[in-house]
Design a protein around this ligand. Sequence first.
Ligand SMILES: Nc1ncnc2c1ncn2[C@@H]1O[C@H](COP(=O)(O)OP(=O)(O)OP(=O)(O)O)[C@@H](O)[C@H]1O
Ligand SMILES: O=P(O)(O)O[C@@H]1[C@H](O)[C@H](O)[C@@H](OP(=O)(O)O)[C@H](OP(=O)(O)O)[C@H]1O
Length: 320
Amino acid sequence: MLKIPDHQVAGHEAGAGKLGPLVDDSGRFYKPLQSGKRGAEEAAFYESFSSNTKVPEHIRKYFPTYYGTKVMKASTGVEHPHIVLQDLASTRVNPSIMDIKIDSRTWGPEASDAYIAKCLERDRESTSVTLGFRLSGLQVFINDESGFYKPNRDFIHKIGPDDVRVNLRKFVSSNPSEKLDTVPDCSLGSSVYGGTNGILAQFLPAKGDKLHDIYPTYTSHDQSMFINGFPCKNPSNISTYDFKNLLLSQKAFQLSKVGEMSRSRCNRLLSYFNMLSSVISDYNSTTAANIANPNTAAPQKETRSCVSTDVHVNVEFKKL
Ligand SMILES: Nc1ncnc2c1ncn2[C@@H]1O[C@H](COP(=O)(O)OP(=O)(O)OP(=O)(O)O)[C@@H](O)[C@H]1O
Ligand SMILES: O=P(O)(O)O[C@@H]1[C@H](O)[C@H](O)[C@@H](OP(=O)(O)O)[C@H](OP(=O)(O)O)[C@H]1O
């Protein structure tokens, strides 16, 4: 049976007479095709991505399975085409979900003046313009008694860089809370954002990826050494500090060469990476402060063992 998803954190919502996503009992998510080029391009992306056998598994596993498009009765009660995707929340119990919108400008080249004005207002009142990305919404499971930390969308759209950072911290904390005096412990920051399976590492090419095949537009004249996808001249001298602060910015340049993303868009993605990276550092410095002065530091939970993982400097030599 089709129903409105329980776990949607952002975007168009289905309601009385309103077009929005639906889910069914078999784990499928039906996203109404947006009008004009927007919907056509989104469907074309999924068609191309799902049929491209050169996309490596460690990238593909972060995307929902695509089941094509289907004309069906929409949330409005009227027939409408939908993109059919795997419902990523259906196999999870109490899933924590975050929706990030990358870029400082959120309209396409053929947008109408009215649409540009609407987007511009939202980009300016959120961190899209200042940070190059914004938090569109999130939910974090606290416990059975308290349920989810799920801030109101209008509130989340208007927060500044400091509060974005607090919310990125809450997302990986064992103590997320509405209360302003609770310091998020970031105890899962190292494993969710950092570490070999974390978000940061997953954006980087892995050993054996053939960038030429995956991204045909990439043409390199240089033979380079890479550490986790970062160009590197002398790998034995790389410290974790260098990895985060220097090599991360080189990564933006590399990304801008491998795909069709512009250099400026890559820099905005980098701004997001940098903030994730700094959340990992927050946890490490809180832990250091805790060791130095156990009476004044923020309370820590047992999950502290995550601290050792950090952003791994995973040495993988690679020649392109
Ligand atoms: N495959 C999926 N499985 C489960 N939930 C999903 C899936 N795709 C999206 N969602 C949920 O729906 C929300 C909105 O999705 P999305 O951002 O794709 O739509 P939109 O904002 O309405 O459209 P767009 O961003 O394309 O303009 C997400 O924040 C998430 O909560
Ligand atoms: O993802 P978010 O940040 O929650 O916000 C929604 C998202 O930006 C949609 O792209 C937008 O629709 P359009 O781009 O189609 O206008 C929608 O506007 P709406 O609520 O005015 O429909 C927003 O609510």
